[in-house]
Design a protein around this ligand. Structure first.
Ligand code: ADP
Length: 515
């Protein structure tokens, strides 16, 4: 047993020390330990020796310098994943053994909620209470959901014509390349690695350059749970270098991407120009939230507010076009304004804070540009519209009324705390208008009328319709987009097929009478 190397179940990977690390300013007992790349079960420097800073969105200060992977590191990671797939124990061990590793990982996630939630909030800026009480429980839940699937994946026996015994078997697809975004770093990690590992794949995961910390720590825990070396490799780095190298690598068998529609087009092209690896894409959205005339306005205001402002408005599913029936419109906008004014914005580590800073200066500037564009195009700004304070990337909860579909703020994904309210008169009209974007990720419908709910949920061209609820992300519910919001589905049973090949085995039968 070599000192400092990964040595099997329950051992930590090398390159990690609990005695050093960068202390969290709020909770100094929590430190950043894992900053290198995780390749073949070891934390290692990048081939170039380069690092990049990751920032605290509360202040813009550097938290840590993280190893910067590029094409050479992706190649090292893919080689490790290839070897682990072709020669290692993971795809060949019993599905039950694989599921036990995932169950142990989920237990470790629960045990380390405080560290993981702190890293997540520190690196991303989301409220700590959200990280610890909402997201971490969802993360261990989805890992357990896929742990439960591992030994329930099987094929069929098919009664084909002719003297043949026909079976299908489901094999892991191979090396999966996974590229994740910064808005839900750990949740996206779990959505990606859970199903891929349950199916027996090996992985190279590239985290987002804005939020590299939590994936490295979670991957360390996964090795402590018994994951063999090389099965999950984590490369921190930038999109056009590390991300593009992964999408175009000839030895990656499948690509799963979550991010913007613009980048989705790039990775799809890279995948098709290299080895035609199948690609699943979970992309942007401009989701309508439709408040019907029978709505209880107080409840509708609260849910529409949550649908847009949750996670600083940085959700692909954000209900970013609030359609309100004319009968309740005026009451709705007064109450929506009051609710936005009441929203508590501040240091995400403070109890009771609903909204932290935006992720970085780039997103912060982009959101402020959209707010200016809303004003210039004639929408009415009823509250907010500016930054909050002079340090960090905080933005006032902002509400526009009199928004029209041809305005940029009604067409583009703003990814910030900017609510756009549009008035409508009848059902056909709102269906047409709600569907009039290039996106089709999700929609919210607020009504007590069964016919209205049924009609809208069938007419809207989106992957998820939430009726009198929003952002319900149970592990078993498939999620994905129509139109330019994506290809394929994540979560639920549907996601397993992304990581499986179906093989048909046809055997000639000597005695067809017994088929
Ligand atoms: P955003 O604009 O919200 O940051 P992106 O779609 O650019 O969203 O980023 C999502 C993920 O895609 C990140 O991990 C990022 O590094 C990666 N990415 C960005 N550009 C590319 C690219 N050209 N090729 C591959 N991955 C990329």
């Amino acid at each position: 047993m070599l000192p400092g190397r990964f040595c099997g179940v329950g051992r930590v990977v090398s390159g990690y020390s609990t005695s050093t690390g960068i202390e969290n300013p709020i909770n100094p007992s929590i430190k950043v330990h894992c900053t290198q790349l995780l390749i073949n079960g070891n934390f290692v420097d990048s081939a170039s020796g380069k690092t990049f800073p990751t920032y605290d969105p509360r202040t813009g200060d550097v938290i840590a310098h993280v190893a910067e992977g590029d094409a050479e590191d992706i190649d090292r990671a893919v080689c490790a994943a290839r070897k682990a797939f072709d020669e290692g124990p993971w795809p060949k061990m019993t599905a039950y053994e694989r599921s036990k590793v995932l169950f142990r990982f989920a237990d470790l996630l629960d045990k380390h909620i405080e560290e993981l939630a702190t890293l997540e909030t520190w690196d991303n800026g989301k409220p700590y209470e959200q990280s610890a009480k909402i997201e971490l429980p969802m993360i261990s839940r989805i890992i357990r959901y896929y742990a439960g699937w591992a030994d329930k994946i099987h094929g069929l026996t098919i009664p084909a014509d002719g003297p043949h015994l026909v079976q299908t078997i489901h094999e892991p697809i191979g090396v999966a390349g996974q590229i994740i975004p910064w808005n839900f770093p750990l949740l996206m990690f779990a959505w990606k690695v859970g199903p891929a590992l349950a199916c027996g794949c090996t992985i190279v995961l590239k985290s987002a350059e804005q939020t590299p910390l939590s994936a490295l720590y979670a991957a360390k825990l996964l090795h402590e749970a018994g994951l063999p070396p090389g099965v999950l490799n984590v490369v921190s780095g930038f999109g056009p270098t590390a991300g593009a190298a992964l999408a175009s690598h000839m030895d990656v068998d499948k690509l799963a991407f979550t991010g913007s529609s613009e980048t989705g087009k790039i990775v799809l092209e890279l995948a098709s120009k290299s080895n035609l690896k199948p690609v699943t894409l979970e992309l942007g959205g401009k989701s309508p939230f439709i408040v019907c005339k029978d709505a209880d306005v107080d409840k509708a205001v609260e849910l529409a507010h949550f649908a847009l402002f949750f996670n600083q408005g940085q959700c692909c599913s954000a209900g970013s076009r609030t359609y309100v029936h004319e009968d309740v419109h005026d009451e709705f906008i007064e109450k929506a304004k009051a609710r936005a004014l009441k929203r508590s914005v501040g240091d995400p580590f403070k109890a009771g804070v609903e909204q932290g800073p935006q992720i970085d200066s780039e997103q912060f500037e982009k959101i402020l540009r959209y707010i200016r564009s809303g004003i210039e195009s004639g929408a009415t700004l009823i509250t907010g519209g500016d930054r909050l304070g002079s340090k960090g990337f905080y933005i006032q909860p902002t509400v526009f009324t009199n928004v029209k579909e041809d305005m940029l703020i009604a067409q583009d994904e703003i990814f910030g705390p900017v609510q756009s309210i549009l008035k409508f008169r009848d059902m056909d009209e709102v269906i047409r208008r709600a569907n009039s974007t290039r996106y089709g990720l999700a929609a919210g419908v607020f009504t007590n009328d069964l016919d209205t709910a049924n009609t809208l949920s069938r007419a809207l061209k989106v992957g998820t319709v939430w009726i009198n609820c929003y952002d319900v992300f149970d592990a078993a519910i498939p999620f994905g987009g129509y139109k330019m919001s994506g290809q394929g589905r994540e979560k639920g049973v549907h996601c397993l097929s992304n990581y499986l090949q179906v093989k048909a085995i046809v055997a000639s039968l000597k005695n067809p009478a017994w088929i």
